[in-house]
Design a binder for this molecule. Structure first.
Ligand SMILES: Nc1ncnc2c1ncn2[C@@H]1O[C@H](COP(=O)(O)OP(=O)(O)OP(=O)(O)O)[C@@H](O)[C@H]1O
Ligand SMILES: CC(C)(CO)[C@@H](O)C(=O)NCCC(=O)O
Ligand SMILES: [K+]
Length: 261
């Protein structure tokens, strides 16, 4: 199997991805390590060793390691971990990787590598044009046109970021955990916050997708992913596919594609 590592601003997500014949990708395991900016490489290394021990895994179970990162400082630490644990360099996703896409934007190297992975998987596996929406620390949109042309997207504040900001910057609003709202018209403070944040996110997605389709001049396939997607997905009206492991499968896909070359 392939070890896929996504370094985000909140979490490092690890996945063991097995690729069966006929290109069937399955997740053998997933694990999350919270980003801790005081940690050294050896602390991340211990966390990964502990994970392997818990899951009865060893480095020899993996035939490749690939990383996408949007946090350069943590990437340096995890590259060192992989070197120590596996004795090899991990493959890194960049805009120069073979992504199976071309770019119609001026600075592809500035696009978050998590966005590139989502886009590469979607371009290869879904009818084009396709829009991917990833609900993580931020909510990101990618738009891939016919012929696998990555033409841009959008970046909005994340769900949890919105919930956090509401409580931190007010006297009377509590900190709530994500949950699916019971109704649109909230009947108390908690219901109002959940409606405004979560139904609001779904409405934003629907409105954005409508506007993106208008700019494209054609309907698009809509793919939703990311840790917070399950709270929003049931409220999205536009036809869509919920693919919770897009990023990890995308990493394994790119590992295959870029190791073979
Ligand atoms: N098991 C869970 N229960 C409740 N909320 C969750 C759970 N898993 C994820 N979330 C929420 O989903 C959000 C997004 O998760 P995801 O893993 O996609 O991104 P992240 O790790 O927070 O962001 P990044 O990838 O930028 O680090 C998290 O901020 C968290 O609030
Ligand atoms: C938007 C985030 C933070 C989402 O993880 C990440 O993709 C990122 O840092 N992007 C860089 C800017 C860009 O994608 O244009
Ligand atoms: K920043």
């Amino acid at each position: 199997m392939i070890l896929a590592i996504d370094i985000g601003n909140t979490t490092v997500t690890l996945g063991g991805v097995r690729i069966a014949p006929q290109q069937a990708y399955s997740l053998e395991f997933t694990a999350r390590i919270d980003i801790n900016h005081t940690w050294s490489a050896s602390q991340y290394e211990s966390a990964i060793e502990q994970l392997f021990e818990d899951k009865n895994l060893s480095p020899s179970d993996f035939r490749g390691v690939i990383i996408s990162s949007v946090v350069p400082s943590v990437l340096t630490l995890l590259q060192e971990c992989v070197r120590n644990l596996f004795g090899t360099e991990p493959l890194l996703v960049t805009s120069e990787s073979d992504l199976g896409m071309t770019f119609s934007i001026p600075e592809p190297e500035k696009v978050g590598r998590d966005r590139l992975v989502d886009a590469a998987w979607a371009a290869a596996h879904y009818p084009l044009p396709v829009i991917t929406v990833d609900l993580g620390t931020a909510t990101t949109f990618n738009v891939i046109r016919e012929n696998s042309v990555f033409c841009g997207g959008a970046i909005a504040p994340g769900l949890d970021m919105g919930l956090g900001a509401l409580s931190e910057r007010t006297a009377q609003l509590p900190r709530l955990d994500l949950q699916i709202p019971k109704r649109i018209i909230g009947r108390n403070t908690e219901e109002c916050i959940l409606s405004g944040t979560i139904v609001g996110m779904a409405a934003m997605l629907d409105g954005m997708v409508q506007r993106i389709e208008a700019e494209l001049g054609s309907p698009a396939t809509l793919i939703l992913t990311g840790g917070a997607a399950r709270f929003v997905e049931p409220l999205v009206l536009h036809p869509h596919i919920y693919d919770p492991n897009l990023l990890l499968k995308g990493l394994a896909f790119l590992c295959e594609r870029n190791c073979a070359n």
